[in-house]
Ligand binder design. Structure first.
Ligand code: GAR
Length: 228
C-alpha cells in the first residue's frame, strides 16, 4: 500500500480550495481548519470565475483569494493550468480540495497532483457522476443517496473513494430538497476526509483508498425503514 504523503515541508500541509460558485463546502473546510489541532491550513481560495459567491465568504474569513478567469483560455486547458500551477507554487500548496470547481483538468495536471487532490460529489459514486446527480438519483428511484469525497483522476467524478455519507431518499423529494439534505452531509465529510489526508492516515492500494488502522463501524441505514 502506498501511503499518501501529505507534504514534504515542515508545519501543516497548505491547502488550496478551488471553487467556481457559492463555496459552501469551501466555507465548511475553512471553518474546520480554524479549530485548534486541525492538521491542515487553508492557504488560498482560487476561483476560475470572478463572480463566484465563495470569494467574498473566503475574504470575510481572511483567507487569501485569487481569481484566474478560465473563459479567456477557451479550450487551452494547459495554458490555464500553467497559470494555476504558478499560483499554487506562489502559495506553496501541498494539497488541493475541489469545491464545486466546474472545469475539467488535463490528464497531466491530474497525474501531477494524484494522491494530493480531493473532490466532493453529491452522489454515492460510482453512481450518478456528472451533471444533475440529484435528478439522476430521483429518476433511478434509489432509496438512499449521499455524497462522496474521492481522489481526483482524469475521469470526471471518479477516483479512489475516501469517504461517503448517506441520506435517505424520500418519495416526495425534489432535486432541491435532496440536494439540501446531501449538502449537510457534504459539509461533514469533506473536513473529515481532509483531516485524514493531511494527517497521513490514507493509503492508496491500487484504485482503493484505505484508512491506516482500519475504519470504525457506525451502523447501517435501511431506507425505507419497514413499518412495525
Ligand atoms: C456541491 O454540491 C458539490 O458536491 C458539487 O457542486 C456543489 C458545489 O457547492 N460538485 C460536483 O457536482 C462535482 N461534480 P458549493 O459551491 O456550495 O460547495
Amino acid at each position: 500500500m502506498v501511503k499518501s504523503a501529505p507534504h514534504e515541508g515542515a508545519g501543516k500541509p497548505r491547502v488550496a480550495i478551488l471553487i467556481s460558485g457559492r463555496g459552501s463546502n469551501m466555507a465548511a473546510l475553512i471553518k474546520a481548519a480554524k479549530v485548534d489541532g486541525f492538521p491542515a491550513e487553508i492557504a488560498v481560495v482560487i476561483s476560475n470565475r470572478a463572480d463566484a459567491g465563495g470569494l467574498a465568504s473566503a475574504e470575510a474569513e481572511n483567507v487569501p483569494t485569487v481569481t484566474i478567469e478560465s473563459k479567456p483560455f477557451g479550450k487551452d486547458r494547459a495554458a490555464f493550468e500553467a497559470r494555476l500551477q504558478a499560483t499554487l507554487d506562489d502559495h506553496r500548496i501541498d494539497l488541493i480540495c475541489l469545491g464545486g470547481f466546474m472545469r475539467l483538468f488535463t490528464a497531466e495536471f491530474v497525474q501531477a497532483w494524484y494522491g494530493k487532490m480531493l473532490n466532493i460529489h453529491p452522489s454515492l459514486l460510482p453512481s450518478f457522476p456528472g451533471l444533475d446527480p440529484h435528478a439522476q438519483a430521483l429518476n433511478a428511484g434509489v432509496k438512499v443517496s449521499g455524497a462522496t469525497v474521492h481522489f481526483v483522476t482524469p475521469e470526471t467524478d471518479a477516483g479512489p473513494i475516501v469517504m461517503q455519507g448517506v441520506v435517505e431518499v424520500r418519495d416526495d423529494d425534489t432535486p432541491q430538497t435532496l440536494s439540501a439534505r446531501i449538502l449537510e452531509i457534504e459539509h461533514q465529510i469533506y473536513p473529515e476526509a481532509l483531516r485524514l489526508l493531511a494527517s497521513g492516515k490514507l493509503g492508496l492500494d491500487g484504485e482503493i483508498c484505505r484508512l491506516a488502522g482500519g475504519a470504525g463501524v457506525c451502523g447501517t441505514l435501511i431506507s425505507p425503514r419497514p413499518a412495525g
